[in-house]
Write a protein that binds this ligand. Sequence first.
Ligand SMILES: Cc1cc2nc3c(=O)[nH]c(=O)nc-3n(C[C@H](O)[C@H](O)[C@H](O)COP(=O)(O)OP(=O)(O)OC[C@H]3O[C@@H](n4cnc5c(N)ncnc54)[C@H](O)[C@@H]3O)c2cc1C
Length: 398
Amino acid sequence: MNNKRIAVVGAGPGGLAAAMMLSSWGYHVDVFEKHGVVGGRASNFTIDDYRFERGPTFLSMPFILEELFASSGRVFSDYVQLKRVDPMYDLIFPNLTFQPSSDPALTRERIAEAFPGEEFGYDRFMKETGKKWERLLPVLQTEHRQLRDYVSKRAIKALPNLSIGRSLYDELSRFFKDERLKLSFTFQSKYLGMSPWKCPGAFSILSYMEHRYGVYYPIGGFQSIANAMKTIIEENGGNVFTHTEVSKVMTKDKKAIGISLSSGEAFHYDQVIVNADFGHAITELFEEEDLNRWTPRKLKKKQLSCSSFMLYLGVKKTFDANHHNIYFANDYKKNVEEISEKLVLSKDPSFYVHHPSVSDSSVDKTGQTSLYVLAPVPNNRSQIDWSKEKKRIQQPPD
Ligand SMILES: Cc1cc2nc3c(=O)[nH]c(=O)nc-3n(C[C@H](O)[C@H](O)[C@H](O)COP(=O)(O)OP(=O)(O)OC[C@H]3O[C@@H](n4cnc5c(N)ncnc54)[C@H](O)[C@@H]3O)c2cc1C
């Protein structure tokens, strides 16, 4: 048993994962979460009988979770059951629906059928991006704290794979001619809140990762992963305190020495891990003179990614639709420019509909459906008056 005491601020997936591993390695860990549930954005909530995901709905690369649980001496599948989602998603264009499968061979067949000749571009995409992935993954899994980490042998080897100077859209244009196929492999830049025309080409690994490993959904919702991590932390003797907001990280000589809570109590720890939202943490939890590289002033100068408008709909009806449904605007590029450059609401938006009862029968009672609709929208620097706009968007069409 290691007698070091560690405080973790925030019980989102990041904070819980850190706490789970550290408590399994013998440290005494206390997690502090301001909300009443664990999971952060990756949690569920219910309204009446309807269950919704708060944020994440796509799980990819399940081996990362398996590795995480294994490093804590546990088997992931003992705690959480994953369902492979197939088709991965319905990509709904004005005059065509494309359904990439979690099985690349089937996706190839569907491309050959809907876009004859483009299947060879898919083969090249999988081969070339596969090589890029093999080079980049070890670099992505390495901590980059100082300059010399960026010039490591591994990082230098990965350099030619970064598609430097090329946008994600340009990168995919090397493989596909049809605009809809290019969008099918670049819309993933929206996961980062970015435009395919601005996002660096290196991020073609996002669509590659989905095509190689498939897309999954945890039975019981994303909450089940957070609950599993909380169980393990408690099995290891750690604590997870909900409804407990940290108001400051206490410091001495620029080193964290403990935390104080909104309730006024204060506790000393040997180490403090802050996994709250970065902007909130450096603005609210620290005194500016304790910060080195990042300060609230520097943060204000940074560009922000886009936001999302969410509708959580409990409907007394069932739908003949797949799990993940992405509706593309007639003019997707214009829609993306309105979101990220003009900062105005689009008349012709793109949006995503989550329909989880296809994969998880525990979501809905007979005859009813929980749907979540997400539309990427400009961030709050746009000055959009959401109190007015949200009422308009919530109105059902005539
Ligand atoms: C709409 C949406 C859709 C998404 N879809 C996907 C997806 O499909 N797939 C995917 O992989 N990812 C997705 N993501 C991203 C994913 O949700 C995040 O990457 C993930 O939740 C980050 O985890 P985290 O632990 O770092 O932070 P968070 O989930 O934000 O958790 C931070 C926690 O810290 C707590 N906290 C903050 N300040 C304090 C304080 N002062 N005291 C105590 N507690 C505090 C918060 O209450 C919260 O619980 C999506 C995100 C959003 C918003």
